[in-house]
Write a protein that binds this ligand. Structure first.
Ligand code: AHR
Length: 497
């Protein structure tokens, strides 16, 4: 058994924005249709066409925000196709995902879904094939409370009250599927679209398309194009820049060996490098009055099983769950600047939280990471000193075998831990710099006998959390984490008599 120590420091850092635990749904494969929308006539229990089992599972996660309708789909989506009587909505070609789009799930349905699961909507607007007019109209349709033709149309379609959509993306991957633009031409488009969107509703948050991990120069060139780093500035039109970063190098998601297991973990550092680069640029252009933040609005594993032909469906194992925990720990480290992330994608796609097959539904190990790490939301990050062993990969990269993150909220610490070790358990000793004794409020762990384990309709609870024995001895707490596991321990610091 390995040994590791976590010493909780005294200084409190920035609060973890709850939106770091956001999600993303796109019209691909069976994410929206099947995963969310089954139609009112379906034998699958639903409310107004939205299936109730996935809603119930998502409600439990208290997801803060969900991004829609894409992804690549967004820059070929015209919002008017998805309003009005469903029987009259047009059928379009979903060009990126090789499907026909019946438009049954449009703006009203999305907003209803968000209300049902208790989340904020985040809409990604169409820059690639759309116009500033179409986009500012969408903002007016959703958010205006004035008496206009568009707001009367919204009311006629069932929603008198404005939707109050706060987060608006200005295009998606406009360096790629969103129009193969140069950063300079996107900056010009951005100025136009964002001007009219912001003027339609001054309270919205505008999110610019940022880099993916290969396009290291995009962010700087785009911001330069806005005049951010000199010249006439449109920086006030950018509230955040949204990065994309997929991990896993399109390797198999199920057929992997120990080497493949460890090889995934440095992807978190790779994602961190991209984030740190963007933070540097954003801080440089920010003023006291207007701070530009960083969002990672598409991330997660992308395995070779996920192809256009199968609607980007892939296996989801304990390896994915460990990777998710390490990623959240990294996002926490940058809590001052990273204000939202949206893992791709919620149901039946890539690193999904939920999988469905007809009327059946089950959750993945990654779902449980979202569920277990909930107490971190809104807590202040507390630096911790972690002593642990590492494993060195063939390429010389070191993978630390224990990852830890601590937050403090309402006087109690939430400590999440990932034992990355593929084979060995790890005895962790937790102590606190502050005076007092540590009392364990609760402790749970997620693991499974084999790192390849995943849930299925037949064994839906194979990978699910269980109580973890965590004993407190005065100023320390000890717990033994099984191999490839994620744990969350809630601790209270009791003052000494
Ligand atoms: O999430 C799947 C796709 O990956 C999205 O549509 C696109 O933005 C990204 O390339």
């Amino acid at each position: 058994m390995k040994k590791a120590a976590v010493k909780i420091g005294a200084a409190e850092g920035a609060a973890v924005d709850p939106n770091i635990y956001g999600q993303f749904i796109e019209h691909i494969g069976r994410c929206v249709y099947d995963g969310i929308w089954v139609g009112e006539d379906s034998s699958i229990p639903n409310e107004g066409g939205i299936r109730l089992d996935t809603v119930e599972a998502l409600r439990k996660l208290e997801l803060p925000v969900v991004r829609w309708p894409g992804g690549c789909f967004a820059d070929n989506y015209h919002w008017r196709d998805g309003i009005g009587p469903r029987s009259e909505r047009p059928k379009r070609l979903n060009i990126w995902w090789d499907q026909s789009e019946g438009n049954a799930f449009g703006t009203h349905e999305f907003i209803r879904f968000c209300k049902m699961i208790g989340t904020e909507p985040y809409i990604c607007a169409n820059v690639g094939t759309g116009s500033p007019q179409e986009t500012r109209d969408w903002v007016e349709y959703c958010n205006s409370s004035q008496n206009t033709t568009l707001t009367r149309e919204r009311a006629a379609n069932g929603d008198k009250e404005p939707f109050g959509v706060k987060f608006w993306g200005v295009g998606n991957e406009n360096w790629g599927c969103g129009g193969r633009m140069t950063p300079e031409s996107y900056a010009d488009q951005y100025r136009r679209f964002a001007t009219f969107m912001r003027q339609t509703d001054k309270d919205i948050k505008l999110i610019a398309c940022g880099s993916n991990d290969d396009l290291t120069a995009w962010d700087e060139k785009f911001l330069n194009g806005l005049g951010a780093l000199g010249g006439y500035s449109a920086v006030g039109l950018v509230d955040a820049i949204a990065l994309h970063n997929y991990s896993g190098d399109r390797q198999p998601g199920l057929d992997f060996n120990e080497k493949g297991y460890y090889a995934l973990m440095p992807a978190v550092n790779h994602m961190e490098e991209q984030i740190v680069r963007a933070i540097g640029l954003c801080r440089k252009i920010s003023s006291e009055k207007h701070r530009v933040k960083v969002i990672m609005d598409e991330w997660g594993t992308w395995w070779s099983e996920a192809q256009v032909e199968n609607g980007l469906l892939q296996p989801s194992t304990m390896r994915d769950a460990v990777f998710a925990a390490l990623s959240f720990h990294m996002f926490h480290r940058h809590a001052e600047d990273v204000v939202m992330t949206n893992m791709a994608q919620t149901i039946n796609i890539l690193q999904a939280l939920i999988l469905t097959k007809g009327p059946r539904m089950w959750v993945t190990p990654t779902y449980w990471v979202y569920e277990m790490l909930r107490p971190h939301k809104g807590g202040n990050v507390v630096k911790a000193e972690v002593t642990r062993e590492s494993v060195t990969l063939e390429n010389g990269k070191a993978v630390p075998l224990l990852s830890a993150s601590v937050t403090l909220r309402d006087g109690s610490y939430s400590l999440s831990l990932a034992n990355v070790d593929a084979n060995d358990s790890c005895e962790v000793t937790v102590s606190a710099a502050a005076q007092g004794s540590l009392a364990v409020e609760s402790a749970r762990v997620l693991t499974s006998g084999d790192v390849h384990d995943q849930n299925s309709p037949e064994e839906s609870d194979k990978v699910s959390p269980r109580d973890l024995a965590a004993a407190s001895e005065g100023n320390t707490v000890k717990a033994v984490l099984p191999p490839h596991s994620v744990a969350v321990i809630k601790l209270n610091l009791l003052s000494l008599p």
